[in-house]
Design a protein around this ligand. Sequence first.
Ligand SMILES: Nc1ncnc2c1ncn2[C@@H]1O[C@H](COP(=O)(O)OP(=O)(O)OP(=O)(O)O)[C@@H](O)[C@H]1O
Ligand SMILES: [Mg+2]
Length: 328
Amino acid sequence: MSDVNILEVKNLTTSFRTEAGKINAVDSVSFNVKKGKTLGLVGESGCGKSVTALSIMRLLPRPMGTIEKGSVLFHGNDLITLLPDDMRKIRGNRIAMIFQEPMTALNPIQRIGKQLDEMYQLHNPDVKKEITKQRSIEMLMKVGMPDAGKRYDEYPHQLSGGMRQRAMIAMALICEPEILIADEPTTALDVTIQAQILDLIKALQKTTGMSIIFITHDLGVIAEICDDVVVMYAGNIAETGPVEELFAHPEHPYTLGLLSSIPRLENKRKTKLRTIEGMVPSLYELPPGCRFQNRCSFVMDICRAKPPELSQAGDNHLVSCYYVEQRK
Ligand SMILES: Nc1ncnc2c1ncn2[C@@H]1O[C@H](COP(=O)(O)OP(=O)(O)OP(=O)(O)O)[C@@H](O)[C@H]1O
Ligand SMILES: [Mg+2]
């Protein structure tokens, strides 16, 4: 079962129209999510991780954000072209998302329990109220919420950051989704709570068999919990492959840069990567050729002329780099 793809993202291209012009925040991105496995999306701030997630969920800010091209196959159905009503039946139910900032998902003026109940009832309208309440409290217990029964009646502002994160995870998991998209779910939390939440997500995956798309800045976290990884740079995929393969044989100069800047345990809170010199190019002024050229120590003439394409670097291991290609 491990190699069945539950989600196939193909050539996904998402644009934003702004006053400064139109940009592709995600440009021809393809990857597969395997059943029961965890795929990591990693890259510096602004590389298109959240936009990829929001495109899959069809939650792009309107009207600026548009999916220009590509498909997202879920059980053979293309989510991109689904009718809004059909997408609503999938979102939160079969594919759910947890956000970096819990307050984007939690309603500040509604009790936690009511929010959980409503999420469940939206997709299970025939289940009785008392049963739903029971399920919500059980879910809060499952995600390690202390005093779950009492928290059920509280408002988000009465909870600590870690508890809010747990409440949001409970809300994402209450319908037992087949895919959980976790967008930097632990960045805002302190180290101990981060570790607890990661353990919790792993444990829940073991019991439910769900697939996970895990978004993070931190390759250390990827190594810990992912099976496959996609390294993104300025809206493109720089490198992708199984985690062990990619950590044993990293190829792309950008991946090498990320690996050398894995935060150490003692300063794990500073998860923003900062040791690769130079800056990500503005999507409004992309250079011709490779998007990483201005920061790359191995840059060659061809890198400035035309963009590299992903090519095979090992088993299921793809890299988009002329320097790597030329060495093979
Ligand atoms: N609403 C928007 N309007 C215009 N541009 C946007 C909008 N949202 C995102 N972008 C652009 O899309 C690009 C990708 O953004 P995205 O949020 O996906 O980055 P990210 O990889 O999730 O970064 P971070 O690690 O900081 O969360 C950014 O360059 C950003 O400027
Ligand atoms: Mg993001």
